[in-house]
Design a protein around this ligand. Sequence first.
Ligand SMILES: Cc1ncc(C[n+]2csc(CCOP(=O)(O)OP(=O)(O)O)c2C)c(N)n1
Ligand code: SF4
Ligand SMILES: [Mg+2]
Length: 303
Amino acid sequence: MSDTILAPALPAEERKPLTKKEIVADHPTWCPGCGDFSVLALYFKLIEKRKMLHEKITTIAGIGCSSRFPYFVQAHGAHYIHGRALPFASGISLSRPDLHVFVFGGDGDAFSIGGNHFNHTARKNIKMTYVVMDNWVYGLTKKQTSPTSPLGFKSKTDIWGAVDYPINPMKQAIAAGATFVARTTHTNPAHVLQMMEAAMDHDGFSFVECLSECVEFYEGAFDASNPRKGGVFNTVPADHDVTNEMSAYKLADEAFPGHFGIFYKVNKPTKNAKEANIIKVSGEKVKGLKDWEILQKTFDRLK
Ligand SMILES: Cc1ncc(C[n+]2csc(CCOP(=O)(O)OP(=O)(O)O)c2C)c(N)n1
Ligand code: SF4
Ligand SMILES: [Mg+2]
């Protein structure tokens, strides 16, 4: 091993902040015009802006076009099993309090196969940021109905139009117990960055629904929210109380395009903090004992 590898890392303040060039990996293989490009570019911006150190960047995803995300970030990350990104990210979050874990994924990954994990990670308030790039369709597998596809959407699985009522990600996140719930859209880069940064600063499970157009299989889905396409982009009213669950629910219940911004934000102890406390308290009880003695005590107690 070279001296450079063995040399201890310089203190953060003495290290040069990362440049985009250093964190950009492979050329993204998304279709030209896909909304996901914008989200990736803003993640790079966030890394640069917050001067994140290379070894602290943690990018996790499931499976889908959007979930290819970690491939395109030159840092630690994993492209995990479809719908299972959150349990994987939970393990990292709980065992590495020095990292802020980012999870990126699609509407199918988050609310269909991963729906259960979404609810439970939210209710446990495990510290991480989950950005769902919602395109209202399964993109990677070439146009099947997703849990957010609107009624009547014609796809390979609903050739006569979708008949199942779509879920509302914002309502679902609030009801599940997420402590930070925000909504943004890839067509407003400054807003995406603002939401990701606020989510990162939240001590708990932060969820951001980011509309991200699939130009290949659902072109124009979000035009009504894009002023450049004749739509309207309205931010959350200034007098909205983000700690009021019912007000947040009302915002979430609005017809598309609704509002964009932070709908809900409350402070509640995280599972991370609770577990750290259990470890501290139980550690004090067995202070001075050798590992095998602790194990023996545990087995004795189980008798
Ligand atoms: C266990 C399992 N079931 C099904 C699939 C096939 N599959 C891959 S991605 C995907 C859906 C992707 O949709 P979404 O999460 O919305 O991501 P997008 O491609 O739209 O970004 C499906 C059904 C899989 N890879 N693994
Ligand atoms: S299929 Fe859709 S979601 Fe996938 S890369 Fe192409 S435009 Fe993006
Ligand atoms: Mg999708």
